[in-house]
Design a protein around this ligand. Sequence first.
Ligand code: PEP
Length: 250
Amino acid sequence: MRRLLIAGNWKMHKTPSEARVWFRELKRLLPPLASEVALLPAFPILPYAREAFQDTQVAYGAQDVSAHREGAYTGEVSARMLADLGCRYTIVGHSERRKHHQETDALVREKLLRLLEEGITPILCVGEPLEVRERGEAVPYTLGQLAAALEGVDLQDPRQLVVAYEPVWAIGTGKNAAPLDAEEMHQAIRSALSKRYGEGFAARVRILYGGSVNPGNFASLLSMPNVDGGLVGGASLELESFLALVKLAG
Ligand code: PEP
C-alpha cells in the first residue's frame, strides 16, 4: 500500500561538476524499480538534478527552504524557486539545522507550510537526542516535534507529507536504531497522524527511518511493518552503497 522511498541526503558534499558525473552513472546503472528514489543535494546542484532526472523515475529536492515567500532575505532560497526547478521533495527540520542553525519547531512549521503552498512534499525530520532516549522519553519528545510542526496544518492527501524518524544519536555515528525501537517509534508516529488526519490518511503516509543506514542494516530495518524506506546520509554518497540500498528496497 505504501511505496518505499529511498532518499539520499547529500548534505554539504559534492560539487555540481562531481554531481553531474555521479547522476550520469546512476542513470546508467539504476534498474527499473518498484520503490521510489530521491536525491537531495545542495542548492547549486539542483539544476543538474533537473537536467539528469526530469521525466525519469528519480525524484530530487532540497535539504532546506526559507520560511519566507519572497523578499529581502539575503542567502535564502524560496519554495517557489525550488518548485520552478522541479523539486518533488524537500527536507525540513533536519537535526543538523535544528542544532547548528537554532531552528525551532515554529520555524520548521513555517518552512513546511511554504513547501505545501508550492506543491512540494516536505520530508519532516523528527527524532530525539541520546539523553532523551536514556531518560525513556524518546516517544513523547519525538511526537512533540511532530505535533508542533503540524499544528494547524491542513493536509488532504497522504502524498503531501513524508515523515523521517531520525534519532539524533544515530546520525552519522555508525550506530543505527534497533529495528524494533524504530518500529515502536514509527507506530507511535503513525498513530499520532491517525488522530490528526484520520486512519486512511495515516495508513498511507510514508515514515522513513534515518540514522546510519547502510547496506548491512537496511534489510532488517525495512522488514519492520511501519518502516517505509530510508533517509540516508553517508551511504548515499557512493554509487555502490546507494545502489545496494535501492536494490534492497526493490
Ligand atoms: C541524515 O543526515 O539524514 C542521515 C541519516 O545521515 P547518516 O545516514 O549519515 O547517518
